[in-house]
Design a protein around this ligand. Structure first.
Ligand code: NDP
Length: 237
């Protein structure tokens, strides 16, 4: 199951998993992406707002009822809003936490008994390279993504004996509807060229290939970690 799979990174993950033969349940508020032509896996749409616990329970039950049952969850749905910290509205801060942190936790929590009943599985939460950085105007978003990485570590520790692994995939700049306008800005492109060793933003497909590859191998000892996919941006120079 992939949350927020209607566009951007989530849609690319759903399509890459289908390309690799997985049956993918897209938990979306709008449309789900189509499976790529010739893909051996299928994509199903299940309506879900991850801020609504009952909707999450119903959606995960529906995903578990698909052929093969629930084997993994990609917590991708997320929102971003910037603004100066000095007058950032608390309601906006709470809304970001409600989706990025509580929503992610709710999906994992409600997925837990279903995965456990099937002998375990893999939860991948989409964090951010900014989880450890100080970024002007992004205090709320950075705090929410630091919390996602913390959730991953704690759930991995708590659920390891149930055969459930939890990993965080933390992208740097990725060209998606969330960031496209900013990435069109010449100054942002110049910044990426000078500061990112790879010199550019990632594509959603690159992030999707990393996430899908994690489902390709069942490595029991690999859990709790955060994997950065940022073209080397976070390692500094
Ligand atoms: P987009 O804005 O393109 O897509 C986000 C998706 O999340 C949308 O499909 C949206 O659905 C869905 N969503 C938001 N809130 C909810 C909700 N309450 N319930 C269900 N679905 C919801 O963003 P990206 O693809 O860029 O981002 C995906 C993830 O990657 C996010 O967690 C983001 O923080 C993270 N990320 C992105 C980076 C980037 O540079 N793009 C960098 C690092 C991390 P709807 O269409 O209904 O609004």
């Amino acid at each position: 199951a992939v949350t927020g799979a209607g566009r951007g990174i989530g849609a690319a993950i759903a399509q890459e998993l289908a390309r690799r033969g997985f049956e993918v349940a897209c938990l979306v508020r709008g449309d789900a992406p189509a499976a790529p032509a010739g893909a051996p896996g299928r994509i199903a749409r299940i309506g879900c707002d991850i801020r609504d616990p009952q909707a999450v329970a119903d959606a995960l039950a529906a995903a578990d009822a698909l052929p093969g049952g629930l084997k993994g969850i990609v917590n991708n749905a997320g929102v971003q809003q910037d603004g100066a910290a000095r007058d950032f509205p608390l309601a906006a801060f709470e809304a970001m936490l409600a989706t990025n942190v509580i929503g992610t936790f709710s999906v994992a929590q409600q997925g837990y008994p279903l995965l456990r009943a099937r002998g375990g599985g893999l939860i991948v939460n989409i964090g951010s390279m900014w989880d450890k950085m100080g970024v002007r105007r992004y205090a709320a978003y950075c705090a929410s993504k630091a919390a996602v990485a913390a959730l991953g570590r704690c759930l991995a520790a708590e659920w390891a004996r149930d055969g459930i692994r939890v990993l965080t995939v933390a992208p740097g700049y990725v060209d998606t509807p969330m960031t496209h306008d900013a990435l069109e800005d010449e100054r942002v492109r110049a910044f990426l060229k000078s500061r990112v060793p790879m010199g550019r933003a990632a594509s959603a497909e690159e992030v999707a290939r990393l996430v899908a590859s994690l489902y390709g191998e069942d490595i029991a000892m690999f859990t709790g970690d955060t994997l950065y996919i940022d073209g080397g941006h976070g390692i500094g120079q």
